[in-house]
Design a protein around this ligand. Structure first.
Ligand SMILES: NC(=O)c1ccc[n+]([C@@H]2O[C@H](COP(=O)([O-])OP(=O)(O)OC[C@H]3O[C@@H](n4cnc5c(N)ncnc54)[C@H](O)[C@@H]3O)[C@@H](O)[C@H]2O)c1
Length: 282
C-alpha cells in the first residue's frame, strides 16, 4: 500500500505502542481498510483476530504485498494473530470470531466492524431489490451483529489489570455517504447513515458499561472496492476534486482506528470521525 512520506521508518518497532496487551477483532481484515487496520493495531501491540469471508486479499486491491495474507504479515513480525472465516451476515460466525479471540488471547478489548460492500452506483429506479437487501445485510446488519458479539464479551469481562478507563472499544467503519446525499448511491448511503446512528445509539446505551462506540466516515480511498474509480483517469480526477486535501490511503483510516481503540480516546464516544481530507467540511 502507498505509504506517506511522514510515516515512521519501521512501524513494527518505531511507532506508538498504545495497544500492548489488548486483543482485537477486525472484520473484513483481508483487504483494504480492514487489512490496514489489522496491521496497525498489531503494530501498536494488539493481538488480532482477522475475520473475513476469505483469507487472502482481494486480487484487485492496491496492497504492495498482496500475495501475503494479513494474519501471516502480522505473525511474520513476531506479533500474535489468527484468521477466522466469517460472513458478517451470520450471527453464529461473528460469535465464533469473538470466541476465537477469547480462546486464543483470553480477552476482547477492541472490535472493528469494517467489512462492507459497495455494489455499484445506480439511480433508485434501476437499483435492484437484491442489491439493496445485500448492501443492508452486510453493511448494516453485519455491523449490528458485530456490536452484539462484542458487547456480549466486553460487558461480562473483568476489569483489565492495570485498570483502563474503558472496558472495551467498538469502532464502526461508516462513510461520508452516511452524512451527505450523493446521487445514484441510495442503498449504500442508507446503510452507512444507519451505521452512523446505530453508533450514536449504542454509545449512549453502552456508556454505563464504560464501552466506547465510535465510527469513522472515510472519503474515497484506493482499495479493491474502488478499483473501478482509480482505473479511469477521468473518474479519478472527479474523486480528487471532491477532496480538498490530496487523496488519502487506508493507513489514514487505520491510524484513526488505532487512536479510537486506545486510551487516548477514552473520553470519546458516539463520535462520527470524518477521515476524508475535508469533504464533510464543505
Ligand atoms: N474504500 C473506500 O473509499 C471507502 C469509503 C468509505 C467507506 N468505506 C468502507 O470501508 C470498509 C472497508 O472497505 P474497503 O474499501 O476496504 O473494501 P474492500 O472491498 O477493499 O475490502 C472489503 C473486505 O471485506 C470482506 N468482506 C466483504 N463482505 C464480507 C462479509 N459479508 N463478511 C466478511 N467479510 C466480508 C472482503 O472479503 C474484503 O476482504 C467498508 O465498510 C466500506 O464501506 C470504504
Amino acid at each position: 500500500m502507498t505509504q506517506r512520506s511522514d510515516a515512521v521508518a519501521d512501524p513494527w518497532s518505531d511507532g506508538p505502542a498504545r495497544l500492548r496487551g489488548r486483543v482485537a477483532v477486525v472484520t473484513g481484515a483481508s483487504s483494504g481498510h480492514g487489512r490496514a487496520i489489522a496491521l496497525r493495531l498489531a503494530q501498536e501491540g494488539a493481538s488480532v483476530v482477522c475475520a473475513d469471508l476469505r483469507k487472502s486479499p482481494l486480487p484487485q486491491g492496491f496492497e504492495q504485498d498482496i500475495e501475503v495474507d494479513t494474519d501471516d504479515v502480522i505473525r511474520s513480525h513476531g506479533r500474535r494473530a489468527a484468521f477466522v472465516e466469517a460472513d458478517v451476515t451470520s450471527a453464529a460466525a461473528l460469535e465464533a470470531a469473538a470466541d476465537a479471540a477469547i480462546d486464543a488471547f483470553e480477552r476482547l478489548d477492541v472490535w472493528v466492524n469494517n467489512a462492507g460492500v459497495f455494489l455499484g452506483m445506480a439511480p433508485l429506479l434501476q437499483e435492484s431489490e437484491e442489491t439493496f437487501d445485500r448492501t443492508l445485510a452486510i453493511n448494516l446488519k453485519g455491523t449490528w451483529l458485530g456490536c452484539r458479539a462484542a458487547l456480549r464479551r466486553m460487558r461480562g469481562q473483568a476489569e483489565a489489570d492495570p485498570p483502563r478507563r474503558s472496558r472495551g472499544r467498538i469502532v464502526n467503519i461508516g462513510s461520508i455517504a452516511g452524512e451527505i446525499g450523493q446521487p445514484d448511491l441510495s442503498a449504500y448511503s442508507a446503510s452507512k447513515g444507519a451505521v452512523h446512528n446505530l453508533t450514536r445509539a449504542l454509545a449512549i446505551e453502552c456508556a454505563p458499561d464504560r464501552i466506547n462506540v465510535n465510527a469513522i466516515a472515510p472519503g474515497y480511498f484506493p482499495t479493491a472496492m474502488n478499483r473501478v474509480f482509480w482505473d479511469d483517469p477521468e473518474t479519478l480526477a472527479g474523486v480528487q476534486q471532491l477532496h480538498p486535501l490530496p487523496l488519502g490511503v487506508p493507513e489514514d483510516i487505520a491510524a484513526t482506528t488505532a487512536f479510537l481503540a486506545s486510551d487516548d480516546a477514552a473520553f470519546i464516544t458516539g463520535a462520527i470521525v470524518p477521515v476524508d481530507g475535508g469533504v464533510l467540511a464543505k
